[in-house]
Design a protein around this ligand. Sequence first.
Ligand code: HEC
Ligand code: HEC
Ligand code: HEC
Length: 341
Amino acid sequence: MKNAHRLVLFAAVVVIMIMLANFYGRVMGAQSPDGRAIFVVNCAVCHQPNGQGGGPYPPLAGNPDVNAVDSANVIATVLNGRTGPITVNGTQYGGNMPSWRGQLSNAQIAAVLTYVRTAWGNSGPAVSEDQVAAARSPEALSGAALFAAKCAVCHQALGQGSDAFPPLAGNPVVTASDPSAMIAVIVNGRSGPLTVNGKAFNAQMPTWKGTLTNADIASVATYVRSAWGNNASPVTEQQVAAAGAPVSVSVGASIFAKNCAACHGANGQGGIGPALAGNPHVNINNPGNMLATIIRGRNLMPSWRGQLAASDIASVATFIRSSWGNNVPAVSVEDVTAIKQ
Ligand code: HEC
Ligand code: HEC
Ligand code: HEC
């Protein structure tokens, strides 16, 4: 009898605790993210507050892709970014949509897409956090699919290479127990000469940093190390993040093409933003003011704080400072981190 009483009391206490936790959860702001607020902060600079777009930025209002019943396409665009050309309602656009994979959580991406799909007369179905989570997992962008899409053109479908491009199957750099040398080549690119199993190669491996996310590079590297009879350990996203030269002009060039050229011109000649070629604010030895603009943003210039890693900002600044006739010293990661946020 005593035991039964205790049990009932215990159960009642547990029920009351759960009710209190629920109540506080609701009161203390455990509510889902505000899609409209996320849009205003992160997206409106390009797509405009009314979703009408403009310049290189496509409209999201009245856009059939945005209103599509199947949300896979828009989720992939926001997660991974997208580089033109794209045609919306008969007009062609060719800019760069940044990747939000590292900046926004699954819940935030679901909320902002649900907002975009229901604002300004749009009427697409809501996007759930689960849908974004499924699209984000590395399995969704399989290493095999990435290899076929990005690498097979040179290294061939079975990794066997050709006269011009080295084999990845049976390649000792690829199957080494420490993957860091191989990761560095994929991240930063590489120029010949190179000898693989006694055969000489002398061509250019592109830089993939700035084009593929760290998660994608980990997927494709894991695939390459385990396909065609290769039998080496998987590669993690952390290993990719740690790989490669912290400041690299070729990485800077690809970051510029992806994130900056839409406004500053592919050759730094200017556009929505000022010319960076021959720009007196760029061509001074002290990079402080230029870095402050990139990190904090100014007027129509977006802030890249939280969007690009310090090493990426140093790389893109170094690229700008040594391109199109500009000729001032490189920028270090320390120069970037010295800028007060
Ligand atoms: C720096 C400018 C920029 C920012 C910021 C930006 N976008 Fe984009 N967005 C673009 C560009 C440019 C394209 C078209 C890319 C192309 O041509 O392939 C695009 C395309 C899209 C598309 C695909 C449209 C279609 O027809 O398939 C969606 C959806 C989208 N953006 C949503 C967003 C959301 C949501 C945010 C904020 C989280 C955002 N964008 C922030 C520039 C931007
Ligand atoms: C445009 C052609 C091209 C594409 C596309 C390409 N590669 Fe390469 N890759 C090369 C060349 C050329 C080399 C050798 C560079 C040299 O001679 O130094 C190379 C070298 C490599 C190496 C180093 C091999 C060694 O023995 O050190 C790896 C690993 C590699 N590529 C992986 C990839 C992956 C993964 C992709 C896709 C994400 C890819 N490559 C896409 C041309 C390409
Ligand atoms: C949405 C368009 C846009 C994008 C994208 C953009 N910028 Fe800008 N940028 C501008 C505008 C506009 C200004 C001028 C800001 C002002 O002072 O009003 C500017 C200014 C600058 C300046 C300062 C130039 C000076 O004369 O003081 C630098 C440096 C710069 N941007 C670098 C970059 C880099 C690097 C990137 C990519 C990581 C980038 N910008 C992306 C629009 C853009």
